[in-house]
Write a protein that binds this ligand. Sequence first.
Ligand code: ATP
Length: 285
Amino acid sequence: MTTLFEPAFAKINLTLDVLGKRDDGYHELQTVMQTISLRDDIEIDVGTGKPWVLKCDKEGVPCDERNLAWKAAKVFSDVTGIDLGGIEIRITKRIPSEAGLGGGSADAAAVLRALNGHFGAPLSIGALAELGGQIGSDIPFCVIGGTCMCEGRGEKLRVLPKMPECVIVVCKPEFGVSTPELYRKIDSVAIPKHPDNRAMEAALLAGDLGKVAENVYNVFDPIVTEEHLEMNYIKSIMNSYGALTFQMTGSGSAIFAIMPDFEYAAVVCNMLRENYPGIFISMPV
Ligand code: ATP
């Protein structure tokens, strides 16, 4: 039996645009995604000789075939024809759920990377990302990581220049957001403002953090903020302590702030921690 260790990094959406609804019911997206250092840890015992087991230290996360990490191991085994000889997956969870931070997707991607590495890379990184797309739209990005422009349902990826070094504070309010309901809402209104993805790409190419911050925008942010005014409270604290920008990530409900330095990030955390225990300091990776 061998034990594999793999980090599962969260993502944020620096931009998120909805371009329209497709005939197949999915939405056409254009989003710049960024991996951050907030992470779950994945351990996999391969070749246990026993039925598959999945353990997670956080309540409420399914510990069976519904877990995206389990699905990833299954699809990897099916597609490569490799018999895993029994596995035990252990997940140490730090990424909050229903946050827009892609926690489940990150775990699945980590399993794909770990198994592919262990078995001598039977799949190229591109093929592995594509395989992840069979399980969830954000998994291809989580397999590749870094900074990417993601289009289609999120599965068409283009690697972008790395985000400039900075400190990112992530704050998860208690309430969750129903993603299908959010998409229904956005279908029923004219989107008043769209992110400028070209300007974001140019800012990344120039390595200009100020311009990156200027172009952070998520079309879902105003919709969720309108219904949950506490988002404004969190943002106002971030703003007071020098955030270059602040925005909801994905379909929420976590908000991230790009901070000029670690000291100010620590102050924001101290100010918010009492009411919002789901607060983290991280960096782009
Ligand atoms: P996203 O950013 O993709 O919208 P999310 O914020 O909704 O993700 P996830 O952590 O991906 O949060 O969890 C969404 C749901 O998926 C959970 O409520 C849980 O039931 C299920 N789930 C399946 N696998 C996992 C996993 N490995 N970790 C967490 N949740 C998982």
